[in-house]
Design a protein around this ligand. Sequence first.
Ligand code: 6PG
Length: 246
Amino acid sequence: MKREIYKFPGITELAAQLAADFKAAAEEKAAAGERLIVALSGGHTPKSFFEVLAEPPYRDSVPWDNVIFFWGDERCVPPDNDESNFKMTNLALLSHIPIPEPNVHRVLGENPPEEEAERYAEVIKNFVPSAGNGFPRFDWIFLGMGDDGHTASLFPGAPTLKEREKICVVATHPQTGQKRVSVTFPVLDNGARVSFLVAGADKEPVLRQILEGEGQQLPYPSSMVNPVDGVLEWYVDSAAAPWRSA
Ligand code: 6PG
């Protein structure tokens, strides 16, 4: 696994660079006659990135026909609920760009959670090429990190962290009890490119341990992501990583 850390002054610069990187990745795939298959995340850092993509020049120049969106996790609520990751993405990005509707594969948060975890796993399995180990290989997985170190909806100490067979699981938010559908570690670890987007001072204590404690066993799901045949990237801002020079 290759690990890269990119630090930016703030979330604005982080989102701007990520949008440029996203366009480059989509163009590279389009030039090869392929599609860029992406797993999106919820959270305020991804939202800033989506808002940049929704504006010119990206809105009009990314080859959207070649981009396919899935979600790494979703809250089990209807798509018009303010808690829905799809709703956030739709308002921030999808409703502004010319992406064909069949390219967008949302988790049906309105369905019964267990049923939906199985259904969505099938959708992923049927669409995303496998890495030869039975698990899908997304071209690019975007992840946020909670201040407790969770990522996607994989929470510290949860039984779902041990899942090694399924593509999707039902997770329960430890404080609110909200049900969520989340992809599992084998899916995250199969990604060709896996990028954490982390901004804000509340992330600093956990982020410092993860970035400085390489090789150490930490209790944070975000520290357990290990894309063996891929690249792991950390896009961080200076509030989240004040101790790093660059
Ligand atoms: C979700 C997530 C979650 C999120 C982090 C970071 O649906 O809540 O996908 O993993 O990305 O909690 O969120 P913030 O960027 O808002 O801190």
